[in-house]
Design a protein around this ligand. Structure first.
Ligand SMILES: [Zn+2]
Length: 492
């Protein structure tokens, strides 16, 4: 309660403060760097400037990441510069995704401060690298990281079902030991932990390839986000889930710290399922309320309606949709980022949104990341900018034997080795098939088959039966797949 009202006041205050400095005219548009930094001279622009601005509205690619000959990160360069260096033989490709070159002759070099920014979401996390040049701040790399929380959840559920059915078949009596487990402090469900790990892993990757001087992350609740600007932008983006401590705090707040049935205050309250669990009620917060022990006993196996409180349901439905939906991964993400030892800047969702709308940028994850915190106030980005789509894929399954829907073995036990002919599922390969039906060039993620004829998943389609002898590794499996797309930062 205290925390929330504080957060609310804080946000309202922030909002009022920034409201006063808002220019009287319509918000700025992303027409050029000068507009962003506010140093644009009044009146007509000289001809030279106009062409420069026009050029800026063109499409831009992500910068190419650069390492010196000792594999120390240098300032990322323009793709044209990278092409030139490689043509002259002064550089070689170090990594395909994100595209990185290594200089053969250079050792050390001047760097500018670059901040790595994350906007953590439940399905996608926006990533932006913002460099602080003399001319102003500029987005030099944009990416979106897609998590695999749902797949992890599904896989664990499947495993649990297989185990249960096996124990049902093979064990007549097995001592109950479901309560004989303890979770370490700060434990997160595996699907949530994977999100935290993905972000930590990409922090590490970027630090190895870009001279990162600081981190920036959005770490405040969704409800503050919505309070500042209540427009809804898609369920996926805003829905988080409540867990443990937050659920209790949330319920206490929502039900006014009193029994929902008799209204008694200052008594121990219990979490109560409006539709009892025994009758299929869920653990979702919209099915939970608070009750004193007496009422809970009295209600027993009835639903709230049967117990004579049909109005509770409506009350429960409302706040879930409108306010406080807490993302429990955010504190964990912040802790992980802070453990790098770099300076970590935090920002609220409200601030991000304000920065973004002030600069006239569209609603995209990578643009949100770019606009986080104080460092996201005046950042220039081209109207169209390349975005590297990173998708977490995992590294294969540990299941030794696939089963049919009855839980019986469908395949033989899995072979131990994952590699076939030097390739592993998840490697990114290029294949040039010179003869036969499959003649042509293929590039993409490979799925190995013990027969030696692989599947290659390209941008558009998957091709089956490509022999290993035609394949060449471009990048070894790292648990992610990549795709490039064009992101539009502002409607111009
Ligand atoms: Zn009561």
């Amino acid at each position: 309660m205290l925390l929330q009202s504080w957060a609310l006041r804080h946000v309202v205050k922030c909002f009022l403060e920034v409201e006063t400095v808002r220019p009287a005219s319509k918000p700025l548009h992303n027409i050029g760097e000068e507009t962003m930094t506010g140093e644009l001279p009044k009146g007509r622009l000289p001809e030279r400037e106009v062409t420069r601005l026009k050029k800026n509205t063109q499409q831009a690619q992500n910068r190419v990441l650069v390492l010196d000959k000792n594999k120390q990160p240098l300032m990322p360069c323009h793709p044209a510069r990278a092409r030139e260096l490689m043509r002259k033989g002064r550089a070689a490709v170090y990594r395909r995704f994100p595209f990185t070159i290594i200089l053969k002759d250079r050792e050390g070099g001047q760097t500018q401060p670059a901040v790595l920014k994350f906007d953590p979401g439940s399905k996608k996390t926006g990533i932006a690298v913002v460099a602080d040049f003399q001319r102003g701040k500029r987005c030099i790399f944009a990416a979106e990281l897609e998590h695999r929380g749902e797949q992890i959840k599904k896989a664990l559920e499947k495993r649990r079902n297989i185990r249960r059915s096996r124990r049902g078949r093979k064990t007549r009596y097995r001592k109950a030991r479901f309560e004989n487990r303890r979770r370490p402090q700060g434990w997160l469900a595996p699907s949530l932990q994977s999100r935290v790990d993905n972000i930590a892993s990409w922090t590490q990757k970027f630090r190895a390839l870009v001279p990162i001087s600081g981190l920036s992350v959005e770490n405040v609740r969704f409800d503050t986000h919505k309070l500042v600007n209540p427009e809804v932008e898609g369920i996926e983006y805003q829905q988080g889930t409540l867990f443990g401590y937050e659920v209790k705090e949330y319920l206490l707040d929502k039900w006014g710290r009193k029994c929902a049935y008799c209204g008694k205050q200052n008594v121990p309250l219990q979490v109560e399922h409006m539709t009892p669990k025994s009758r299929g009620g869920s653990n979702r917060v919209d099915n939970l309320t608070l009750a004193c022990e007496k009422c809970n006993q009295k209600k027993s196996n009835q639903t709230a309606e049967e117990f004579g409180f049909p109005e509770l349901r409506q009350k429960a439905d409302k706040p879930l949709r409108s306010a406080a939906v807490v993302n429990s991964t955010r504190p964990a993400i912040l802790r992980r980022l802070e453990s790098t030892g770099l300076l970590v800047e935090t920002g609220s969702g409200g601030q991000t949104k304000f920065n973004r709308s002030q600069q006239g940028y569209a609603k995209e994850h990578w643009l949100d990341a770019m606009c986080i915190g104080d460092s996201g106030r005046q950042v220039f980005v081209e109207t169209q900018h390349e975005v590297l789509e990173i998708k977490a894929m995992g590294r294969g399954s540990r299941q030794m034997c696939r089963v049919d829907r009855f839980g019986f073995p469908r395949t033989g036990a899995k072979k131990k080795q994952k590699r076939v002919g030097g390739f592993q599922t998840g490697d990114i390969v290029k294949a040039v098939v010179t003869k036969g039906k499959k003649q042509g060039r293929y590039e993409g993620r490979v799925a190995v088959r013990s027969s030696g004829n692989f599947n290659i998943k390209g941008r558009k389609q998957t091709t089956q039966g490509i022999a290993a002898k035609y394949c060449k590794t471009l990048q070894k499996i790292d648990g992610y797949t990549y795709n490039r797309r064009t992101g539009v930062s502002s409607p111009l």
